[in-house]
Design a protein around this ligand. Structure first.
Ligand SMILES: NC(=O)c1ccc[n+]([C@@H]2O[C@H](COP(=O)([O-])OP(=O)(O)OC[C@H]3O[C@@H](n4cnc5c(N)ncnc54)[C@H](OP(=O)(O)O)[C@@H]3O)[C@@H](O)[C@H]2O)c1
Length: 315
């Protein structure tokens, strides 16, 4: 019985491996638009796809980021400036992409841009703090997607949305995980709606990686604490703040600097004939966060709260 099961499992993985290594044709003719290419995953993916010969349309948040990327890549790669939280900017970028891709359409849309600010205990934050993050990570992603969809549909292409393990399991307070849960939900509904048009939607769920987003969260906590009303500060206490800093430090300590673990998933979602629906990227995501997200809430609460500090006025 176990023997049959092992053979069946082996055959399943063999078939999956075989299917997934088949790539789409004419990759060098295909256009891919990536947001957030100044740094981190977006920057590396832009370079990686450029080396592979794809036609990369890289959207950067800053002029400096765009200039640096252009210097480091081939003439094929083109850049534009995009703030995904501004509809005017999204409209301008869509016009730019349409002018380049023409009737070929857009093969790949990679919604990568994001911000990691305002990660803190919920009670330390204001509605505006939540809105700032959701406005970029979720509403910005939705806005870019809605504008670019006609171009993607024309190419029967791919939408790749960068979520996080924070989109599967709430690890810390603030709008970041909320925004990523939203990205997951948006991607799930989009995938079902677009399948009849031949458009595939994939979600990337990275664990912790050393990029500027991870560092920003750490620095931002201090300025959030400075704004917290004194009665609430009293409930948590200075030691809680130190303990929260330690959570960030521990996450950074365990974070990977091998960004290829993420960009290879993105590349696969764009180039394989059989892209996956979800890609968990990084060992922490595969072996800890995603399995924990399937556990009963009481188990996840217990495991995650082990690293939480104790508030000064805890009962
Ligand atoms: N690093 C991780 O551990 C991790 C884990 C899970 C998920 N992710 C996700 O991965 C994606 C890429 O992040 P990363 O880790 O590569 O960090 P990153 O280096 O900070 O990249 C994020 C990029 O988005 C840009 N950006 C920020 N706000 C923007 C806006 N309003 N419009 C357009 N672009 C904007 C940033 O520009 P500036 O640098 O100029 O601000 C930066 O180029 C994000 O969606 C993030 O949530 C990261």
């Amino acid at each position: 019985m176990w023997c049959y099961l092992a053979v069946l499992l082996g055959l399943y993985f063999l078939r999956r491996w075989y299917r997934e290594r088949q790539t789409v044709d004419n990759l060098r003719e295909k256009y891919v638009f990536i947001t957030g290419c100044d740094s981190g995953f977006g920057n590396q993916l832009a370079r990686q796809l450029d080396i592979q010969g794809l036609r990369v349309l890289a959207a950067c948040f800053t002029q400096k980021g765009a200039e640096q990327l252009e210097k480091a890549t081939s003439d094929r790669l083109k850049t534009t400036i995009l703030d995904i939280s501004s509809t005017d900017s999204v409209v301008a970028a869509t016009k730019w992409v349409k002018g380049i891709v023409g009737s070929k359409g857009l093969w790949g849309l990679v919604n990568n841009a994001g911000t990691g600010t305002h990660v803190a205990p919920n009670e330390w934050l204001t509605k505006d703090d939540f809105a700032k993050v959701i406005n970029v990570n979720l509403l910005g992603t939705i806005d870019v997607t809605l504008h670019m969809l006609p171009l993607v549909r024309a190419a029967r292409g791919r939408v790749i949305n960068v979520s996080s393990i924070g989109g599967r399991l709430i690890t810390l307070g603030g709008g970041y995980c909320l925004s990523k849960f939203g990205v997951e939900a948006f991607s799930d509904s989009l995938r079902r709606e677009l399948l009849p048009f031949g458009v595939r939607v994939s979600i990337i769920e990275p664990g912790a990686f050393i990029t500027s987003i991870a560092v920003t969260s750490d620095e931002g906590l201090k300025s959030i604490w400075d704004q917290v009303p004194s009665d609430i500060k009293g409930c948590y206490g200075q030691q809680y703040l130190e303990g929260y800093f330690k959570i960030f430090k521990d996450i950074l300590k365990g974070a990977s600097n091998n960004l290829y673990l993420v960009t290879d998933c993105m590349e696969h979602a764009l180039t394989s004939r059989h892209p996956r629906t979800r890609y968990a990227a990084g060992w922490d995501a595969k072996l800890f966060y995603i399995p924990l997200s399937y556990m009963p809430a009481s188990v996840a609460d217990y495991v995650l709260s082990l690293s939480y500090p104790k508030p000064a006025q805890a009962v």
